[in-house]
Design a protein around this ligand. Structure first.
Ligand code: FES
Ligand code: FES
Length: 231
């Protein structure tokens, strides 16, 4: 069959065939470009230096000071702080990102240090609870925790202090709701939440309202009950 000339009527069959052929060509071209993209990503990944599994030098900026540690790449920031650099303020409780006892600030953002690799924390500013007291004087928030007697076991307390330090830095006059939200990632199993709230309000220069404390007591008593039931 001779090829159609310009101006010839195009049969429905011929136009369907050329349409399908066109799709086939585009699909092959798209697949080829995807293969090229994957190949270039692989080449880039292979060119990057692989760390470990043995110890490698890791430079951390902790409370404004650079510290060089020799750590296996699998070491978490929490372990690096507690077991390799003598910063024991951040506590290990759950070690799985649920309790907040290990909270530190990474560039002023609260994070669970048990969920972050030390090697990935390089080049960032790490602040622990040891770093917020200045020249031996507690920060106003730390002092407020003491004044409001906002701790029982004290083990969860550094995490609360760090979460609230970050809050007060970005919002010096937070509402009670904002204080509660800032502590959402921190668990106190003995239910000292009302006093934690009061401590944060004191540090912000807000008179804690007794009425609010009673309401919070009820809420947190219920939360504590659920937590104990789950445990
Ligand atoms: S120890 Fe990190 S969240 Fe509990
Ligand atoms: S003060 Fe630590 S669990 Fe309540």
């Amino acid at each position: 069959m001779s090829p159609p000339l310009p101006g010839d009527p195009v049969s429905p069959e011929a136009s369907r065939r050329s349409f399908l052929k066109g799709i086939g060509t585009s699909a092959v071209a798209a697949a080829a470009s995807r293969v090229e993209a994957v190949a270039s990503e692989l080449a880039q990944a292979n060119a990057e230096k692989v760390h470990g599994p043995g110890a490698v030098p890791v430079t951390l900026r902790i409370n404004g000071k650079e510290v060089v540690l020799h750590l296996e790449p699998r070491v978490t920031l929490l372990d690096a702080l507690r077991n390799y650099s003598n910063h024991t303020g951040a506590k290990e409780v759950c070690d799985r990102g649920t309790c907040g006892a290990c909270t530190v600030l990474l560039d002023d953002i609260p994070i669970y240090s048990c969920m972050k690799l030390a090697i990935d924390s390089q080049g960032r500013g790490i602040t622990t609870v040891e770093g917020i007291a200045q020249s031996g004087r507690l920060s106003s928030l730390q002092q407020s925790f003491v004044d409001a007697d906002a701790l029982m076991c004290g083990y969860c307390t550094p995490g609360f202090v760090m979460s609230l330090t970050a809050l007060l830095k970005r919002n010096p006059k937070p509402s009670l709701e904002e204080i509660g939200e800032a502590c959402e990632g921190n668990l106190c199993r003995c239910g000292t939440y009302p006093r934690v709230m009061a401590a944060a309000q004191r540090a912000a220069g807000i008179q804690p309202a007794e009425r609010v404390e009673i309401i919070q007591s009820d809420e947190y008593a219920a939360l504590a009950k659920r937590t104990h039931a789950a445990g």
